[in-house]
Design a protein around this ligand. Structure first.
Ligand SMILES: [Zn+2]
Length: 58
């Protein structure tokens, strides 16, 4: 897993949960390099990453 903020792979999974309605499994990650928070969604044959939290760029 790569951090979407800084590209580091030095991330840790904080927690994970299911979204049965959406059919996704979600894992919440924290980047140890930049402290960025993001969620990794997996389900229905696809996966994507969404940035979460108050960190903003630009
Ligand atoms: Zn990062």
């Amino acid at each position: 897993m790569k951090c979407p903020y800084c590209g580091s792979e030095n991330v840790e999974a904080v927690k994970s949960w299911e979204m049965p309605k959406m059919g996704f499994n979600v894992t919440h990650y924290r980047c140890k390099s930049c402290s960025g928070l993001f969620n990794h969604y997996v389900g229905r044959g696809k996966e994507f990453v969404l940035r979460v939290g108050l960190r903003r760029r630009g």
